[in-house]
Design a protein around this ligand. Structure first.
Ligand code: THU
Length: 153
């Protein structure tokens, strides 16, 4: 999905669609995410589990890693929806600590918005700063923002 003016609701719906691809045979908990770049491109993600458990990847990181692999570094929002597989979303799925830390690497915590779908077209809006107060990020190591084109390899 592309377009300079992706709405919050479109982003939440993109996360709901991405959830259809979840591979969650162990937890039976299906998660979808949709990550929005500063120029309006949407990167979908789903959770991908593994028989060895620890290699499993959350929906949020699937979206981030695909986007970064394609050279994207500037993000404005992510929508997340999750719940028991095979059932419609009926409550919030908050991102895990590891995913919050990945967001911290690439996003400005004060302005990056995290949309948590709560069922149907309903969603909550938070900032990364709310979800990860006092986060440790690139600036703590003397690095500038990881924004588009500004980072080294
Ligand atoms: N999961 C996500 O993909 N994102 C979240 O925000 C929370 C948890 C996944 C990981 C695992 O595949 C399943 O949900 C149960 O924890």
């Amino acid at each position: 999905m592309e377009g300079a003016n992706v709405t919050d609701l479109e982003l939440v719906r993109a996360a709901v669609a991405a959830r259809e691809d979840a591979y969650a045979p162990y937890s039976h908990f299906a998660v979808g995410a949709a990550l929005l770049t500063a120029d309006g491109t949407v990167y979908p993600g789903c959770n991908i589990e593994n028989a060895a458990y620890t290699p499993s990847n959350c929906a949020e990181r699937t979206a981030f890693f695909q986007a970064v692999r394609e050279g994207r570094r500037a993000f404005t929002a992510i929508a997340i929806v999750g719940g028991p597989a095979g059932e419609p979303v009926s409550g919030r799925c908050a991102p895990c600590g590891v995913c919050r830390q990945v967001m911290m690497e690439f996003c400005d915590p004060a302005s990056f918005r995290v949309l948590l779908g709560t069922g149907g077209d309903a969603f909550e809006v938070h900032t990364l700063e709310e979800l990860l107060p006092w986060g440790f990020g690139p600036a703590d190591l003397g690095h500038g923002s990881a924004g588009e084109g500004s980072c080294c390899s």
